[in-house]
Unconditional design. Sequence first.
Length: 512
Amino acid sequence: MPTSCPCHGPEDPFDGAYAANKLEELKEFELHEEDAEGWLYRGEGSANIVLAYHGRRPSFIGRVLRLRKASKKDDGTQNQVKKEPKPVLSEEEAKLWREWPNMSKATTSAALAHVFACEVMQPLLGEDHVDAGLLVFLTTGFLEAVSRDVLAKQREWRRNDSKMDMTAGVALLITDHSLFPIVPGRVKDLPQTITIEIKPKWGYLPDAATISEENSVKRHVTRFAMHQHLKLQQGKIKTMSKYCPLDLFSGNVEGIHKALVQMFETPQNNIRIFLKGVEIFGGPEDGGSTNELMVALEEKLGAVMVAPEGERVLIFQRLVASVLNKSKVLDQLLRLQKLDTYAIEGANLAYSKFTGMTDDAGADDESEAGSEEVGAEIDSRPVSTVGFGRVCIENLALEPEDTQKKRDKAWIKSLSWEESRCVVRNFLIAATAKDCGIMLTLRPLYNEHGTPFSVPSASVATCPTTGQQYVSKIAFLDLDTKRLKKIPVYYSLDQQIVDTYKACSQQLAKLL
Ligand SMILES: O=P(O)(O)O[C@@H]1[C@@H](OP(=O)(O)O)[C@H](OP(=O)(O)O)[C@H](O)[C@H](OP(=O)(O)O)[C@H]1OP(=O)(O)O
Ligand SMILES: Nc1ncnc2c1ncn2[C@@H]1O[C@H](COP(=O)(O)OP(=O)(O)OP(=O)(O)O)[C@@H](O)[C@H]1O
C-alpha cells in the first residue's frame, strides 16, 4: 500500500477558496496520524461523517473527507481494507447492476459509493454537478486523532446513534462544495462564500396503476407530508414541516421561492446554510422555533449582500430561487426520481421475481411460458442495457412514458426476470435521487473595494432584487447506492406512512 505524502507545503490556506489541485496527485494515498492536523468536523448524516480541511497543505485545501460510520445497522466492517477483500455487493446485486461491472469489484462501501457516483449518477446528473471524489487510505492513528474533534462537535443524539468507525481503512476525498477554487496569489480581500444545502426529497405524486385502492391517498398527498405524521408520532420531529416538495420541483421560480420560504420556517434536515463553510442556519437542536436563527442569519448575510438589514433574508431567498430555477438541476433530479415508474408496489413485486429466480436464463423461460400475451405488450426495444455505453434516462427506461402509467400489478407479475431486474434497478437509482442533497454556493463577484474575483469554472448569477453579481456553482451530495435488501423495508415503510396518515386524517375528521 502506498504511504508517500505529497501534501506538505508551507502556503497559507486561502480564505474561502482553494487552489484547484488535480485530485489525481493524491491517488493511492494514505493518511497517517501526522496528517490529522487541520481535519475538522463539518457535518454528518445517518451513514457518513464529513471532515473539512482547515490546514495548510495545498493538496488538501478545498477538500472534505467523507468517512463511513459504524452504525447500529452496519458494523463498519464494510470499510475495512481486508487481507482477502470480498465484494460489497451480493451476487444478486452484482446481477442487478450488471451494466456497471466495476460496482461488483468494490470491496469497501466507500469504493462502491465512488463507482456508483462516478459511473451511474455523474452521467445522469452532469459532470459539472457531481464530484465522485477519490479513494484514500486511512490509518487507525489518523482516525483516532481526528475523532477527538468529531466527538467534541457532534450533536449528542448523533453520538448516541452511531460512531466513527475506527477500523475504516478507506474514505472518499471530495471537493469541499462550500468553497470556490481561486488562482493562487489572488486571495487578499476575497469576498466570503455562502452555501445553501437542500435535501429536497420526493418531488412528485406517483400515479402508477400498481398503487392499490387502499393507498390511493398517495396520488394526492406527497410522501413527504404523509411521512411528517409518522415522524411526529415516532418523536423524530417536534413540529410538522411547512415545506412542500411539489413547490420546489414546480419548475417555476415562484414555486421554488415558496418552497424555500417554507423550509426557512421549518428547516428540519431539509435546509442548512454555511458561511465560509461554517453552519449558520439549520434545524434547531431542540426542533423548536427558528426565530433566533433567522435574526442571526439576517445579520450574517450582511457579509455577502449589499441589501440593508431587515431585507436580506427575503432578498437571499429570491436570489437562491432564481439561481436554482435557471440552473435546471431540480428538473434533472425530478426526471431521475421518476425512474420509480411503477411505485414501491410494483418495484416490490419485481423484486420478488428478481430475487426468487436463481438462474436468469431459466427465469426468463418460465416467465414467458406463463404470460405470453401480457408480456408481448412490452415495447419491442431490447430491455437489456448491458454495454449501453454512457448511461442516460432514455436507455434506462423500460418502455415509453405514455404506456407506463397503465401498467398494473398483473403486468408487473408477467415481466421476465430481465425486465424485473430493470424495474428494480431503476427504482433504486430513483431512491438515490430522492434522498440526495444539493449544495448551491455563492460568492459576491466584487469585493467591497470593487475588485472582481471571477472563477473560471463557475457561472455568474445576478440577484433579481439588488442586481448584485455572484459567482455560483451547484453540486449534488450523497449519491450513494441504495441496497437491494432495502426494497422490502421501503415497502413496509410506505405502508406504515400511508396507514399513519390515514389514521391521523380520520382522527382529525372526527374532531371537526
Ligand atoms: O426513507 P426516508 O425518506 O426517511 O429517507 C431516509 C432519510 O431520512 P429523512 O426522511 O430524509 O429524514 C435519512 O436521513 P437522516 O439520517 O434522517 O438525516 C437517510 O438519508 C436515509 O438514507 P440511508 O439509510 O443513509 O441510505 C434515508 O433512507 P432512504 O429511504 O433514502 O433509503
Ligand atoms: N463535498 C462536500 N462539501 C461540503 N460539505 C459536504 C460535502 N459532503 C457532505 N457535506 C456535508 O456533510 C453532511 C453529511 O454528508 P452526507 O450527506 O454525505 O452524509 P450521509 O450520512 O450520507 O447523509 P444521509 O443521512 O442523507 O444518508 C452534509 O449534509 C453536508 O452538510
